[in-house]
Design a protein around this ligand. Structure first.
Ligand code: F3S
Length: 639
C-alpha cells in the first residue's frame, strides 16, 4: 500500500511513535515562525531554557500584529524581539515587511519540510507542500531548541478536486464551500490533503488561501502537492533550488474523501458570526455595506490585489463605503507600486493600510455601530472587529471589491468586467527588511513592558476548586483573552494583561479570581476554539485557574492549557454540566495517580453523594508536564 502525502512528510520527520490513528507522535520541526503577539513570550521561554542558539534549519520572528506605536509598549516589544532574534540566531522580519504567513510563503517555505508557528494560520504554508502547523508559543520555543513537536497521529481527509474555477470565482469560494459542507468542526483531528486534477489549475497563492482557512475547519493542517505550480512560484521568488516534487502515491489510502467540482462553484459569503455560515452572495444581494476591508493572511497576495485593481480601475468607491486595503507584504505592495496598480487603487478611493494584520486583529478600522463590513479575512467572530454589534461577512477579494463599488453585497460576475490572470515570471525580491541572524553576544533589550515569565505551579494531589464561570459551547480564545489595541501591547506583561481575562463575559473576572486564589471553569463543547493565543491559558493560570472541565476542547488550546499547567478534563456524561453552577465547589482527590491512568475517575460536586465522572485523555508525557508545573519547567528539567 502506498503512502498519501501527509504520511510521507510525517514519516520522514517521525522522532517517536507510529502513525496509528490517535497515537501520540513526535515530529522533528525544520522551521519555526513567531509573530509579535505570541513571539515575545516564545522568545522569553526560549531564553528561559538557557540555550545559546536556535537549533532549527530556519526560525523567523515576524512583526505584523501590533505595529501601531501608540505608546512605548509595542516599540519595546519590537526592540526585544529584534535583539532576541539576533542573539539566538533567528531571522527578523521588520514591521512593515508584511504578514508572517504571506512573507513566509514568499521567502522561506519549502516543500516537504515541517513548519511550526505560534499562530493558528501557520498552515498557510501548506500551499507550498509543507506540513505546517499552528501551536502555542511554548511549543514553538521548544521546537526552536531542537525539541520535537507532539500531536495525536491525525486522520487524513482527502479533498478531490476536479474541474476549473469559472471567471470571478476564487480560491476563497473553494474553502468557503468546504466550510459549508464540513462546518467549523469538520477538520478536528485531521490533516486535509488536496488532490485530483483540479489541483494543477490553482496557483500557490490560491492554494495558500485554501490551506490558511483549513484552520477554520479545526484541521491540524492542510497540504497541497508540490508540482509544476510550486516550481513556477519558487522560480518567480528566485528560489527554484528549494523545489522538490511531492505527491501521494497512486494507491494511497485516506480515512475520508470528499469531492469538489471547481466548475460548479459560485461566489460565496460567510455570514456573521461563523465562517461556516456560507451562502451564495446572490442570496444577500440587497444588503447594504458600510465597510470593505481587503487584506489579511488569507487574501492579500499580488494575484488577489491585481483582481481587485481590475474591478476598481477607472471607477470610484461608493460614497457610503469605506474601503481599506492592506497588501500582505512589502513585496506585494512594491509590485503594485511599480506596475501602476497602486495608483489605480488610490484613484478609486481605496485607503491604503500598512502591510500588517491591522483590522483583522482589531487594530483599527472598527466598523460603524450596527454596520455591515465585508472582509477578505478568515474570521468573523462577534466583536473581533472592535465593534460589538457589527456584522462581518467573509468573502473573496473579488466580491469585496465589487461591494466597494456598488455599496451592496454584489456578485462580481454581474459587473461585466473581464477577469485578469496576472502571475509574474519574477516577483520583486528585496530581503533588506529581513534581518539575518546576528551575533550571539547581542545584548537583549528589555523595556519596562517586558516582565518576567510567571511559572505554573505543579499539579496538587488534592484540589477543592470553586467554579468561577459556567460557559456554553464554542468559547473562543478571543472570549478568554481579548485582543485589540488596548490589550495587545500588554502581551509581554502578564500581570497587566491578566486584568482583561474574560472581560467580555464578566468584567469582574480578574478581581474575583484573585480573591478565590484557585478556581475551575466548566464549559460546553469546543472550549478554546479560534486561535493559538497562549495568553488565553497563561493569563488565566496567573489568576489561579487550575482546571477546565468541558464537554470538549479545541486542539491547540487544550495543548496550551497543559503547557501552562492547567488540567483539561472532559465529562463522561455531558449532561452533568447542567448540575453545576458558579460558586459550587468541585473536589478532586488523588490527582497524582489519576493523571497516570486513562480510566475515568470520580470527582465530587459540593457534598453530593452522586459523583461526577470525568476523564483527562492525557498521554504519559502530558501527565509529566502537569506534574512538573507546565512544559517550561518540564523542558528545563530535561535539557
Ligand atoms: Fe494576522 Fe489575521 Fe492572519 S491577525 S496572521 S492576518 S488571521
Amino acid at each position: 500500500m502506498g503512502q498519501n502525502l501527509t504520511q510521507k512528510i510525517l514519516t520522514s520527520h517521525l522522532v517517536s511513535g507510529d502513525l496509528k490513528k490517535g497515537n501520540e507522535i513526535a515530529l522533528k520541526i525544520d522551521q519555526t515562525l513567531t509573530q509579535d503577539a505570541t513571539g515575545t513570550m516564545a522568545y522569553l521561554q526560549f531564553e528561559a531554557m538557557n540555550l545559546s542558539r536556535v537549533r532549527t534549519e530556519c526560525s523567523v520572528s515576524y512583526i505584523d500584529h501590533n505595529t501601531l506605536q501608540t505608546g512605548f509598549e509595542n516599540a519595546d516589544d519590537h526592540a526585544f524581539l529584534q535583539s532576541a532574534a539576533a542573539r539566538f540566531g533567528a531571522y527578523f522580519s521588520r514591521p512593515g515587511n508584511g504578514i508572517c504567513h504571506q512573507v513566509h510563503l514568499e521567502r522561506f517555505a519549502k516543500p516537504g519540510k515541517t513548519l511550526l508557528g505560534s499562530d493558528s494560520h501557520t498552515p498557510t504554508a501548506g500551499g507550498m507542500g509543507m506540513l505546517a502547523m499552528g501551536a502555542g508559543g511554548l511549543d514553538v520555543a521548544v521546537a526552536m531548541g531542537g525539541g520535537a513537536f507532539y500531536l495525536p497521529s491525525p486522520k487524513v481527509l482527502r479533498v478531490w478536486l476536479t474541474g476549473q474555477l469559472s471567471d470571478w470565482v476564487s480560491a476563497k469560494d473553494i474553502i468557503l464551500e468546504i466550510l459549508r459542507v464540513l462546518s467549523v468542526k469538520g477538520g478536528v483531528g485531521k490533516i486535509i490533503e488536496y488532490a485530483g486534477p483540479g489541483v494543477e489549475t490553482l496557483t500557490v497563492p490560491q492554494r495558500a488561501t485554501i490551506t490558511n482557512m483549513g484552520a477554520e475547519l479545526g484541521a491540524s493542517s492542510s497540504v497541497f502537492p508540490s508540482d509544476e505550480q510550486t516550481l513556477l512560484f519558487l522560480k518567480a521568488q528566485g528560489r527554484a533550488e528549494d523545489f522538490v516534487s511531492l505527491s501521494a502515491d497512486e494507491d494511497a489510502s485516506y480515512d475520508e474523501t470528499i469531492n469538489l467540482d471547481l466548475s460548479l462553484l459560485v461566489p460565496l459569503v460567510a455570514q456573521p458570526h461563523s465562517p461556516d455560515k456560507v451562502v451564495p452572495v446572490t442570496d444577500l444581494a440587497t444588503l447594504a455595506v458600510q465597510q470593505v476591508a481587503i487584506g489579511s493572511c488569507t487574501n492579500s497576495s499580488y494575484q488577489d490585489l491585481m483582481s481587485v485593481r481590475q474591478i476598481l480601475k477607472g471607477k470610484h468607491v461608493h460614497p457610503n463605503v469605506s474601503l481599506v486595503i492592506s497588501p500582505g507584504s512589502r513585496q506585494v505592495l512594491s509590485m503594485l507600486a511599480s506596475n501602476g496598480a497602486l495608483t489605480d487603487l488610490l484613484d478609486s478611493g481605496a485607503r491604503l493600510l500598512e502591510s500588517s494584520c491591522g483590522p483583522c486583529i482589531g487594530m483599527g478600522q472598527s466598523p460603524v455601530s450596527k454596520g455591515v463590513s465585508v472582509r477578505t479575512f478568515n474570521r468573523n467572530f462577534e466583536g473581533r472587529s472592535g465593534t460589538q454589534d457589527a456584522s462581518i461577512y467573509l468573502a473573496g477579494p473579488e466580491i469585496a471589491a465589487a461591494c466597494a463599488l456598488t455599496g451592496y453585497l454584489t456578485d462580481p460576475r454581474t459587473l461585466g468586467i473581464p477577469p485578469v490572470v496576472d502571475f509574474p515570471d519574477l516577483f520583486r525580491i528585496d530581503d533588506s527588511m529581513i534581518l539575518p541572524p546576528g551575533d550571539p553576544d547581542t545584548p537583549i533589550r528589555r523595556g519596562p513592558n517586558i516582565q518576567p515569565l510567571p511559572l505554573a505551579p505543579a499539579l496538587d494531589n488534592t484540589l477543592s476548586l470553586p467554579i468561577i464561570l459556567k460557559l456554553g459551547d464554542n468559547v473562543t480564545t478571543d472570549d478568554i483573552m481579548p485582543a485589540g489595541s488596548k490589550i495587545l501591547p500588554l502581551r509581554s506583561n502578564i500581570p497587566a494583561i491578566s486584568e482583561y481575562v474574560f472581560n467580555k463575559v464578566d468584567a469582574q473576572f480578574a478581581s474575583k479570581a484573585k480573591v478565590l486564589k484557585q478556581s475551575i471553569i466548566v464549559a460546553g463543547h469546543n472550549y478554546g476554539q479560534g486561535s493559538s493565543r497562549e495568553h488565553a491559558a497563561l493569563a488565566p493560570m496567573y489568576l489561579g485557574l487550575r482546571v477546565v472541565l468541558a464537554q470538549s476542547f479545541a486542539r491547540i488550546h487544550r495543548a496550551n492549557l497543559i503547557n501552562f499547567g492547567i488540567l483539561p478534563l472532559t465529562f463522561v456524561n455531558e449532561e452533568d454540566l447542567t448540575r453545576m453552577q458558579p460558586g459550587d465547589i468541585l473536589h478532586l482527590l488523588d490527582m497524582h495517580q489519576a493523571v497516570h491512568s486513562p480510566a475515568p475517575f470520580a470527582i465530587t460536586l459540593n457534598d453530593s453523594s452522586d459523583p461526577v465522572w470525568v476523564k483527562h485523555g492525557l498521554t504519559e508525557r502530558q501527565a509529566k508536564i502537569l506534574l512538573a508545573g507546565g512544559l517550561l519547567n518540564a523542558t528545563k528539567a530535561s535539557i
